[in-house]
Design a binder for this molecule. Structure first.
Ligand code: FE
Length: 200
């Protein structure tokens, strides 16, 4: 039976939209492919891990990062769309920042990459601002009551990055190894960076 109101599959709609934009001259041929390729090669949360590791070993860089996140990320070569205004939130023993985009699913692409699925989920977006402690607990992060949790809601311009606490037992680690232990979840604020031998 015909279902005239049923939307076409996503791929077909995307294709139609693209054709229309190209016909109207709003999209250059190859432009979409370029964006898709850049998003895979350039927008990677491991870039953020390198930023965090640098901040852990270099106090002056850390200061620059907290003062002007955009410029400090660009120092390491991480800049671009959705990274025009990066604000870095410092996790402290008594204050734990968490990022959400309640409107949609924005992340700082150059340092956090494209958002993970759970970050885009209506449940996370709706609940983390209202009951952050509970949501974090459900995600496996149990914070003592003495730690204040502060939720930062992404705006149209601002993209946040959490600078997590450096875990104990990492004093002698090189910047490169430190970058390896930083997780995307820790830079969103739903986890802490685990001590190196904790999961071993
Ligand atoms: Fe968004």
């Amino acid at each position: 039976m015909a279902e005239p109101d049923r939307p076409a599959p996503v791929a077909r709609r995307a294709f139609a939209l693209r054709e229309e934009l190209e016909e109207r001259g709003r999209l250059e041929p190859g432009q979409l492919e370029a964006i898709a390729q850049a998003s895979e090669e350039q927008f990677d949360w491991r870039n953020g891990a390198r930023v965090v590791a640098r901040a852990w070993v270099d106090p002056e860089y850390r200061e620059r990062l907290l003062r002007d996140g955009t410029a400090a990320c660009a120092e390491l070569g991480f800049a671009g769309p959705q990274g025009e205004y990066i604000v870095v939130l410092e996790a402290r023993p008594e204050l734990h920042p968490v990022i959400v985009c309640t409107q949609c699913s924005c992340t700082a692409w150059p340092v956090l990459g494209l958002p993970p699925d759970w970050y885009k989920s209506p449940a996370y977006r709706a609940r983390v601002a209202r009951e952050p402690r509970r949501v974090l607990r459900e995600m496996g992060l149990e914070l003592p009551e003495s730690v204040e949790i502060r939720v930062w809601d992404t705006t149209a311009e601002t993209r946040y990055l959490v600078l997590p606490l450096r875990p104990p037992g990492t004093e002698g680690m090189s910047e490169e190894r430190l970058a390896d232990i930083v997780t995307r979840e820790a830079m969103i604020g739903v986890a802490r960076v685990p001590a190196p031998d904790a999961g071993a």
